[in-house]
Design a protein around this ligand. Structure first.
Ligand SMILES: Nc1ncnc2c1ncn2[C@@H]1O[C@H](COP(=O)(O)OP(=O)(O)OP(=O)(O)O)[C@@H](O)[C@H]1O
Ligand SMILES: [Mg+2]
Length: 272
């Protein structure tokens, strides 16, 4: 039985009288990783948000989502968000309360979802920050979100999500604001989390390295519809749709200079 089974998920914008997302259908088994790619504005984040009832109230959502054998109602989506379904948002700056410290927000989250109080909650928060290799977790907990970079906030959010041990994590561009070192680190952590805990992953990304390294399945979106869905290897190596081919070629071309630069640096380091 798949962990999540999505049938004909559509998101409609009544104001503009258009569909943002149309008839998305897929299922995902436990311990699998689905990567979702597609050009900017193709509806990737909207699908992710619709799965956990986080789309703007002005939008209408249709379709069926079955999670762990039960139809996911809005009430359950709210109840399970965080604890059973972790969400790492693309919009990390707005995911934190600007007037509370990082530590306070972490402890509050662990109290709400795991019932941890006082010292236990703080220890869990420290462990979460350490798990994503953030330095000086004790000092970090006293800081406010504006005192951290986007990349650091993203790692804090990943740390919180990991410490909640959800059944599934939806990560919306988890490596977008990270430098090369942290990017590798986050991919490695998501990968080992999947291997060690059996968590199911849905990762939205523009980063084909992420797809190659952790995805079992790949979904390609274009203008709100699903163009292709299949084994990541197959879609990657022999895309059926011309739009998928174009997207893969464009992204590979964009990542090529980085690889060339890396190789050049390796040669320079060797010559020194
Ligand atoms: N609340 C909203 N009301 C109206 N339109 C919206 C709303 N949210 C998103 N859209 C529109 O829906 C489309 C898809 O947006 P979405 O954020 O899902 O794309 P995306 O594939 O995640 O893009 P990106 O790669 O840039 O993050 C866009 O045209 C966007 O402007
Ligand atoms: Mg998005």
């Amino acid at each position: 039985m798949p962990l999540i089974d999505v049938k004909n998920l559509s998101v409609h914008d009544p104001q503009q009288q258009k569909n943002i997302v149309t008839n998305i259908t897929f299922s995902l088994h436990r311990q699998r990783c689905l990567a979702v790619i597609g050009e900017s504005g193709s509806g990737k984040s909207t699908v992710a948000k619709a799965l956990i009832d986080l789309v703007a109230p002005s939008l209408e959502v249709e379709g069926t989502i079955i999670f762990d054998g039960k139809t996911l109602t809005n009430q359950e989506a709210h109840q399970w968000r965080g604890k059973r379904i972790g969400f790492i948002s693309q919009d990390v700056m707005n995911a934190f309360n600007p007037i509370e410290t990082i530590g306070h927000q972490m402890v509050e989250t662990f109290q709400q979802h795991l019932g941890l109080r006082g010292k236990e909650g703080k220890a869990h928060a420290m462990a979460g920050l350490t798990r994503v290799h953030l330095k000086n977790p004790y000092d970090l907990m006293k800081k406010y979100p504006y005192e951290l970079s986007g990349g650091m906030l993203q790692r804090v959010m990943i740390g919180i999500t990991m410490m909640l041990s959800p059944d599934m994590i939806i990560a919306d561009e988890p490596t977008a604001s990270l430098d090369a070192f942290n990017r590798r680190e986050v991919i490695r952590q998501l990968h080992s989390l999947k291997e060690e805990t059996g968590v199911t992953l849905i990762v939205i990304t523009h980063d084909l390295g992420v797809v190659q390294e952790i995805a079992d399945e790949l979904m390609v979106m274009h203008q709100g519809v699903m163009l292709e869905h299949g084994s990541a290897k197959e879609v990657f190596t022999s895309p059926e749709h011309p739009q998928t081919k174009h997207l893969l070629e464009t992204r590979l071309r964009l990542s090529a200079p980085t690889e060339a630069l890396r190789q050049q640096k390796r040669v320079e380091a060797f010559l020194c």
